[in-house]
Design a protein around this ligand. Structure first.
Ligand SMILES: Nc1ncnc2c1ncn2[C@@H]1O[C@H](COP(=O)(O)OP(=O)(O)OP(=O)(O)O)[C@@H](O)[C@H]1O
Length: 706
């Protein structure tokens, strides 16, 4: 293994000259720079510590990992130091940029097979090293594969890496939801048994597809949908028909990595011996084939940003709706987002009731063929499964949900998946229905389109009045008959207008168009767009900083003020906002009334359920306490011993503890009550004294006047 000579890089910002920007991540901007004392060009990642919020541990971890690493295929950091309110990480300059940027600027349809084999072999070497040293990278993707001017390939970005030997908190962190949705292994999403280095092998398989097509499977879909599709659909793969240009060994490699059961995935070491890598060539080959004649990285990066800017400006002209713009940014920026499952779960749980109701009523009709296709045709490999599903399109959604109940239901509380599923179905329906490019022969009639437009108008107005955040995180259940039309959907976790043409028809047409015609424009990185979005709104004088609404950032998942509200009391929140709408906009009052009724009903139902739950917990805890207090000490253990499973015993213990805390709380309340009545008495006494004093004063005054 060739090791780089380690020079001593100064840890002082004054020793560096920053040149142009060459990359942008969610929390960092990367510059080309000169290390003056060493006269060497480097890259400096400037991490905005404010943007990183509380994740200083994560940053420290990333930097430590980067400094300790010593492998030619892993990007190491020369040094790092604080500068102003940021942290500078000095690294080797990778003049070719990331494979994602290379594809975006020059290879929109993906790379040729020998290039892919060469890139992937180098990435695998990095993974063998990392896994061997106990690290899980957790964010393997084209955006993190960097190429230097000589065609050397390095895996970068340890922002979310984890150590497999961690204990305590860090071990627990491996039960959290990190990575970027399209590349994320099902077990990482599921959260059932944690995960290990095999999660990287899944992401590696997805990256292989990304390099082959220019974008990752499902990349056109919003994160929630990606989550569902990854768990629910057969794994993506190379398609015999569409991907004829690729070899069987490539198909096999991808299929070997994209197996849902992590145990069945090969290790990085084993993969390295796969026949596919016979196609791999040298670094020089990469230099000749993908780097030759390329503009400098800074120029390419600037061009990409300009493209983004133009795209957003065009959209802006169409929608004149900055909320929609931010959502466009969100969808297309999927690659830059990491997720915190707790956020998703919390939101999912909130709307579960609503959608469960929808589904129970069997009002759901949906042909989910589109689900399967992804945008790269990968679904074809498993079309037989799909055919079965679609035997009766009306039942398809239900069937899908039932399939999901098993492994996935335990990852979410209750049945929120149904909620998600319902929400996505509607969105997809809508897209299909209005898309001029729709392959679905059952196009909506012009009437229904105009109904959608009317609906869109109402939605738009509601949003305008409520403030854009409201609809963003929690939207009105759509099964309510608004404008006399029954819609079979539920509140959307993903902001409905992201994909629902009922809100923004033009936007989705645009998006479908974009997917079909301009593949090379699809996968711009999230961070880039995020930044562009800000530039764009600022330029038009409509600046309402996205960050301004940011309440909390969890990993790279933003929780906006509306998100936060929705977690606390989304339904009530919505109602109160909607009341405001009704008051201000009489035109919409009629359409909002059913919503209010529905929400009220939901509230009542939820309250009833809560009451029942509280009652049953109280009863069982009382029963247990009675048993434990009515018997002698030796017998007290019996209820626990009689329970068959450790889980039951654990629950009983928990109940006993709960009961204890109820008792002590009750005592506290009693004490407080006593204190309160004492205080009341004192106040009463003081008041009567004051009253007397006042009366005496008045008497004195009247006597004096008399
Ligand atoms: N050493 C480097 N040389 C050249 N370009 C680089 C280098 N490091 C990063 N970049 C570019 O900057 C981009 C952002 O960097 P990086 O991924 O480290 O930031 P980040 O905030 O961790 O991103 P994210 O978390 O969104 O993946 C990369 O995608 C790459 O294009």
């Amino acid at each position: 293994m060739e090791h780089e000579v380690h020079k001593r890089f100064p840890a002082n910002p004054e020793d560096y000259k920053l040149y142009e920007e060459v990359g942008e991540g969610f929390s960092a901007t990367v510059y080309r720079a000169l290390c003056v004392p060493l006269n060497e060009i480097v890259a400096i990642k400037v991490l905005d510590l404010e943007k990183c919020n509380n994740d200083l541990d994560g940053i420290r971890r990333e930097v430590q990992t980067m400094i300790l690493i010593d492998h030619p295929n892993v990007l190491r950091a020369h040094c790092s130091f604080p500068a102003d309110r940021s942290l500078w990480v000095v690294m080797p300059y990778m003049a070719g940029g990331s494979c994602l940027h290379l594809m975006q600027s020059d290879f929109p349809e993906g790379f040729e097979e020998p290039v892919i084999a060469t890139l992937l072999r180098e990435v695998l070497k990095a993974l063998v090293y990392l896994h061997g040293h106990g690290h899980i990278h957790r964010d393997v993707k084209a955006g993190n594969i960097l190429v230097d001017k000589n065609g050397a390939v390095k895996l970068a970005d340890f922002g979310v890496s984890a150590c497999m030997f961690d204990t305590g908190d860090r071990q627990r962190s491996r039960n959290t939801f990190v990575g970027t949705p399209c590349w994320m292994a099902p077990e990482v999403m599921q959260q059932l048994h944690g995960y290990d280095f095999k999660a990287d092998i899944w992401s590696f398989g997805i990256t292989a597809l990304e390099l082959a097509h220019g974008h990752a499977p499902f990349s056109k879909y919003p994160p929630m949908k990606v989550l569902l599709m990854t768990l629910q659909n057969a794994p993506p793969g190379l398609d015999y028909e569409r991907d004829k240009r690729f070899s069987k060994s490539f198909r096999d490699l991808v299929a070997a990595c994209l197996v849902k059961d992590p145990k069945k995935r090969p290790s990085a070491e084993k993969l390295l011996k796969h026949p596919f890598f016979k196609h791999a060539r040298s670094n020089e080959y990469l230099m000749r084939t993908i780097l030759d004649g390329l503009a400098p990285l800074g120029d390419r990066f600037r061009e990409l940003k300009e493209k983004e800017s133009n795209f957003l400006l065009q959209n802006k002209a169409v929608y004149e709706d900055k909320e929609q713009l931010s959502q466009q940014e969100y969808i297309r920026g999927i690659s830059g987002w990491n997720f915190n499952l707790e956020d998703l779960k919390a939101q999912a749980a909130v709307i579960d009731e609503i959608s469960t109701k929808n589904l129970d009523n069997k009002q759901k009709s949906k042909d989910s063929k589109d689900d399967f296709d992804g945008d790269n045709g990968v679904g074809k490999t498993s079309s037989s499964a799909m055919d079965n599903h679609c035997a009766n399109p009306k039942e398809d959604g239900m069937q899908d949900l039932q399939d999901l109940e098993g492994p996935f239901s335990s990852a979410f509380s209750g049945r929120p998946l149904q909620a998600l599923r319902a929400c996505f179905d509607v969105c997809e329906d809508d897209i299909d229905a209005i898309s001029p490019n729709s392959k679905d022969p059952l196009q909506l009639s012009s009437d229904s389109i105009s109904q959608k437009q009317q609906q869109s108008q109402v939605d738009l107005e509601i949003r305008k009045i409520n403030g854009e955040n409201l609809a963003k995180s929690f939207s009105v259940p759509k099964n309510i008959n608004v404008l006399g039309r029954q819609k079979f959907s539920s509140g959307s976790l993903v902001p409905e207008h992201v994909i629902s043409p009922s809100s923004h028809i033009a936007g989705d047409v645009e998006r479908v168009d974009l997917n079909q015609k301009q593949q090379h424009e699809r996968n711009f990185s999230g961070p880039l767009l995020y930044r562009q979005m800000r530039d764009c709104t600022a330029a038009s004088g409509q600046e309402e900083s996205l960050e301004g609404r940011l309440v909390q950032r969890k990993g790279r998942f933003k929780v906006t003020s509306a998100d936060a509200n929705s977690k606390v009391a989304p339904v009530t929140n919505y109602v109160s906002n909607q009341v405001g709408v009704a008051a201000n906009y009489p035109v919409n009052t009629a359409s909002i009334l059913p919503t209010l009724h529905f929400l009220l009903q939901q509230n009542a139902q939820q309250r009833d359920q809560l009451m029942k739950l509280i009652k049953s917990v109280e009863q069982s805890s009382n029963r247990m306490i009675e048993t434990t207090t009515d018997v002698g000490p030796s017998e007290q253990l019996q209820p626990f011993q009689a329970l068959s499973t450790p889980r039951e015993r654990e629950l009983q213990t928990h109940l006993a503890q709960l009961h204890q805390s109820i008792i002590s709380l009750t005592e506290d309340i009693q004490k407080l009550k006593m204190k309160n009545s004492q205080l009341e008495r004192q106040i009463g006494a003081l008041m009567s004294k004051g009253g007397k004093f006042q009366m005496e004063n008045e008497l004195r005054r009247s006597n004096h006047q008399g």
